[in-house]
Design a protein around this ligand. Sequence first.
Ligand SMILES: Nc1nc(=O)c2c([nH]1)NC[C@@H]1CN(c3ccc(C(=O)N[C@@H](CCC(=O)O)C(=O)O)cc3)C=[N+]21
Length: 293
Amino acid sequence: MTILDGKKISNDIKEEIKAEVDKMKANNEKVPHLAAVIVGNDGASLTYVGSKVRACERVGFESTMVRLSNTTSEIELLDKIEDLNNDDDIDGFIIQLPLPPQIDTQKVLMAVNPEKDVDGFHPMNFGKMALDMSTFIPATPFGILELLDRYQVDTKGKHTVVIGRSHIVGRPMSILMGRKGFPGNSTVTLTHSHTKNITQITSQADIIISALGVPNFLKAEMVKDDAVIIDVGITRVADESHPKGYVITGDVDFENVSKKASFITPVPGGVGPMTIAMLLKNTLLAREQHRLK
Ligand SMILES: Nc1nc(=O)c2c([nH]1)NC[C@@H]1CN(c3ccc(C(=O)N[C@@H](CCC(=O)O)C(=O)O)cc3)C=[N+]21
């Protein structure tokens, strides 16, 4: 069994990006600038955005965090997006999800200039991804592809079962694993809340990508020997014995599933850190395309 070490690989990627930024600095070129908009005070969201800002600092990017109150109207957020679209210093930006209920998420994501959409959530970029055109691939799916690539996990002709059809993980992942090339060329099954007899499906999977958000959902009995297990779940489970008052728990019963798996991602230290590294990679790409315009 091999652990797919997202912590380590994400650090490697950050070092590669930092080397690129150092070259830009040596040539007196503008460095990439990422902005992150966060609406409200959700603790997990603030943690993630904080990690993104710190990661920017580490590789030498500029970063801006835009904090808006929980009562922000849709119009106010759309105005802020317009400012960021028009700000020539900003190469890319993200709107941290989830948004409060008074705001229509799809409308907001459609307002982001696709050239600055480093999350890859705009329908234009999602469509390009589905059509194999060059674009920003959403950071979590992109990070999973990168992990499979760096560990040379064989995906060709394999049966990949994706659990969960969210717009930011499950749905794009199901498309990417079935694309031509590597990592891809899989036969993909997308499962969700209406799927019947999920154990029968997961037990046939060569690769399982679980993006459900239900702690310890995937049990050893649901997995065949030598399966590849990608755990995208990150749920904070209350735990008083822990200094923070919670522990981060994945979708996978790691202790038991890891005994059967050929490759498996841990939580924490798997897909999460890769997400941040690939957001930086997309921002570097955005800077490059912006410079060439
Ligand atoms: N517009 C937008 N883009 C996103 O990419 C986005 C988002 N909204 N909303 C929320 C999800 C979640 N997400 C994570 C990023 C890093 C970790 C991460 O670094 N996790 C650490 C643990 C961090 C902790 O201690 O909480 C790990 O797994 O090792 C987790 C989750 C990005 N998301």
